[in-house]
Design a protein around this ligand. Structure first.
Ligand SMILES: [Ca+2]
Length: 295
């Protein structure tokens, strides 16, 4: 009897532990109804159907980019299968990739490296309902609550504008979606239609995904023909970058590779990649993977 009671309590909590009555959600609920014109019954239903997922909070608290060593991170992303599938992806999408390279100035290898690192070229789009991720992080993760509450509002808008099912879309623990793992605000701002059907669809259109990644980088400072990183053979930036070249943005980087410190200069295009994901590990992995495709 006691055991059955525990089961009943467990299921009650998981069914009724919704976000409509959550003490932190009221302001966002009002904003959606009053500022953005969503129907109050619809908002209530959506908030009641969202689920808190502890795994989401656990995952965001220890991201690989900031807890792993560079060697471990690099080995995860720069490996044979991902390289082989990336080359295959380039062959299969060469016309679209060349069109994107021409229009946005971003090399095809870089676009494909990002898609490969984000989702294995669209194979793994994430297992969390975006709705649950944004509610959990918006209302139960105080450290970044403002950011994720804002993304939740953008998610409501995105699903309305693009006629998407707000309950069904899945993504990363942080609410990133589709081939290139765009969060809602990025999707609305930088996704482009690149296959000509007048809709930016980052879930089903490979062409739109390719164009949107390139557009994102172009908007965030990518320079056509620019550098990503330069490996330093001497540990002295001044020998390479003379004052007359000071117009270029760059950052100095140091990575421990196989027990040795290796120094690089990260140039404008490295910085542009960090706007996609602010981790230096991430940007360096994109660079390494893109170079593998050229071999
Ligand atoms: Ca399209």
């Amino acid at each position: 009897m006691k055991y059955i009671l525990q089961i009943i309590i467990f299921f009650s909590l998981s069914i009724y532990g919704d976000y409509f009555d959550h003490p932190n959600s009221q302001e966002t609920i009002n904003e959606l109804i009053e500022n953005y014109g969503f129907d109050s019954d619809y908002v209530e239903e959506v908030f009641k159907n969202a689920r808190k997922q502890q795994k989401i909070i656990d995952s965001i608290s220890s991201p690989a980019e900031f807890t792993w060593t560079w060697d471990r991170y690099k080995n995860l992303f720069i490996e044979d299968k991902r390289i082989k599938n990336g080359k295959k992806f380039i062959d299969e999408n060469i016309i679209t990739l060349e069109k994107a390279e021409e229009k946005f100035g971003v090399p095809k290898e870089v676009i494909v490296a990002i898609l490969g690192i984000e989702t294995r070229y669209g194979k793994i789009l994430g297992n969390y309902r975006v709705l649950d991720s944004l509610m959990t992080l918006g209302f139960d993760y105080p450290r970044r609550s403002k950011f994720f509450k804002d993304e939740l509002i953008k998610y409501f808008l995105l699903t309305r504008e693009n006629n998407l099912d707000i309950y069904k879309i899945k993504g990363s623990y942080a609410g990133a979606m589709g081939y290139g793992q765009f969060i809602s605000s990025s999707y609305r701002a930088y996704a482009v239609d690149f296959d000509g059907d007048e809709k930016a669809d980052l879930f089903n259109s490979v062409d739109d995904a390719i164009g949107s990644v390139a557009n994102y980088l172009a908007v965030h400072g990518w320079k056509r023909e620019g550098n990503i990183v330069t490996k330093l053979l001497v540990n002295d930036i001044r020998n390479l970058y003379k004052p007359h070249e000071s117009l270029s943005n760059f950052i100095s980087l140091s990575f421990n590779e196989d027990g040795k410190d290796v120094n690089f200069i990260g140039d404008d295009n490295f910085i542009a990649i960090t706007k996609y994901n602010r981790s230096h590990f991430y940007a360096m992995a994109v660079y390494y993977l893109s170079e593998e495709f050229k071999k």
